[in-house]
Design a protein around this ligand. Structure first.
Ligand SMILES: [Fe+2]
Ligand SMILES: [Fe+2]
Length: 419
């Protein structure tokens, strides 16, 4: 907390000494309570985007600004950029030698401007871009715990009903509040950046693992990506929570990883397999579970190895490796099973032509009930009817466009380093 925040610098007009002290102390307590509330709200955000949204909203509220922006320092380009701001719909960059935020960053001090268009420091480029009119500005730099430049907070146009055009000037107390806020926001942003960095590393590892399996068999090269997209789309359609969707997405990316342990002569054999080959082929699910159980997943992803190992389970208990029945198979596993069967049906292999999405859906629908299997034997239900119905609704909405699943998989974002 900066010295002077409590009491001394809060302007108090036309009151007796004692009244003024009481008012100042009450206002300071209110501000302190507000700052604590802001720090609590911010501490609950781990991902960078929601964190920045929260920060700019709270900053505007705290100092009664019309708009706030959080600029981050890009150490590689040594400039400032923002991708979230009121009135901004795309990334915007400014060099360190331009504008009020550039000066605050360079000089590592807070800068307050009363009238932007009469200040040499002001860069009107963003106003031209957003169509917005800036009057008063305050810019407060943020530093990492090691003292490196992290970014700049900027609030624009202090709301003041009594002033001309309803815009007043930021006070010394406003600046102190933003400086106090900048301290804990900097810690939260550093944590969020670290978290995103770890996520990027994790995603690149996932993609590498998945690609190493798909690369073994060129005829199924995009199977993992499609199964991921289909499973995610079904999970979304069923209204599952983000955390469950993420578990399903990662289990889908890794579902066939155990194929890495199936020899080429079995994995790549065209046509039917001998009984002993079928056993070796089927062993891939247990291998998936075993290999994945050695990965130290985050706590919320702890079920990923088990879910991934259930994608060949069937509702009537005839699946493998565990022969689970009905709801013994968690919903995540049932979703994965539908995604896997549906995509396999659409794939063209050396020994069969792929079905259209509608034909594949119809076959999946028939597998939700007792049926005669492809060897002419009576069989119970294999797939979950709710999951298949959800897939039907997704296909209806995307017009049977398989590219939709490519997008839903989040594959490209992961390759680009996001996701
Ligand atoms: Fe599989
Ligand atoms: Fe598969």
């Amino acid at each position: 907390m900066p010295a002077g925040l409590i009491g001394a610098t809060i302007p108090v007009v036309a009151e007796s000494g004692e009244q003024a002290q009481i008012s100042a102390s009450a206002a300071a307590q209110q501000q302190l309570a507000r700052l604590l509330e802001v720090s609590r709200l911010i501490a609950g955000r781990l991902e960078l985007r929601p964190l920045i949204h929260e920060v700019i909203e709270q900053a505007s509220h705290l100092v009664q600004a019309q708009r706030s922006t959080l600029w981050l320092h890009d150490p590689d380009r040594d400039d400032l950029y923002t991708f979230i701001g009121e009135g901004l719909s795309q990334e915007f960059r400014v060099p360190l030698d331009r504008g009020v935020v550039g000066a605050a960053a360079r000089q590592r001090r807070s800068i307050s401007i009363e009238d932007a268009y009469h200040s040499e420091l002001f860069n009107p480029e963003i106003d031209r871009f957003t169509g917005y009119r800036t009057h008063s500005i305050v810019a407060v730099p943020m530093q990492t715990q090691r003292g490196a430049l992290l970014g700049v907070f900027q609030s624009i146009n202090r709301i003041d009903a009594a002033a001309a055009e309803g815009v007043g000037v930021f006070t010394a107390a406003d600046i102190e509040l933003l400086e106090a806020m900048a301290g804990f926001v900097a810690v939260a942003i550093e944590n969020a950046q670290l978290y995103e960095e770890q996520k990027r590393q994790f995603n690149s590892l996932l993609i590498t693992l998945a690609s190493s399996v798909d690369a073994r068999d060129p005829t199924t090269s995009k199977h993992t990506m499609y199964v991921t997209g289909i499973a995610v789309a079904i999970a979304r359609e069923l209204g599952l929570s983000d955390a469950r969707i993420e578990r399903i997405r990662i289990a889908a990316i890794l579902h066939d990883y155990g194929k890495i342990g199936v020899p080429d002569e079995v994995l790549l054999k065209p046509g039917g397999l001998e009984r002993h080959e079928v056993r070796r082929m089927r062993s891939h699910v247990l291998k998936t579970g075993l290999i994945l159980s050695r990965i130290a997943f985050r706590r919320d992803l702890a079920d990923v190895p088990a879910i991934a190992a259930m994608h060949h389970e069937k509702l009537d208990g005839s699946g493998y490796p565990f022969g689970l029945r009905g709801e013994e198979i968690p919903l995540e596993g049932r979703i994965l099973a539908v995604a896997d069967v549906f995509h396999a049906l659409t794939q063209t292999r050396t020994y069969k032509k792929g079905k259209s999405p509608q034909e594949a859906l119809e076959e999946c629908e028939s597998l939700t009930q007792a049926h005669i299997d492809r060897y002419g034997r009576e069989s119970g239900a294999h797939l979950d009817a709710n999951c298949v119905a959800a897939l039907g609704r997704v296909l209806l909405a995307c017009g049977d466009d398989m590219n939709f699943f490519e997008q839903a998989s989040g594959w490209q974002q992961m390759l680009d380093g996001g996701g």
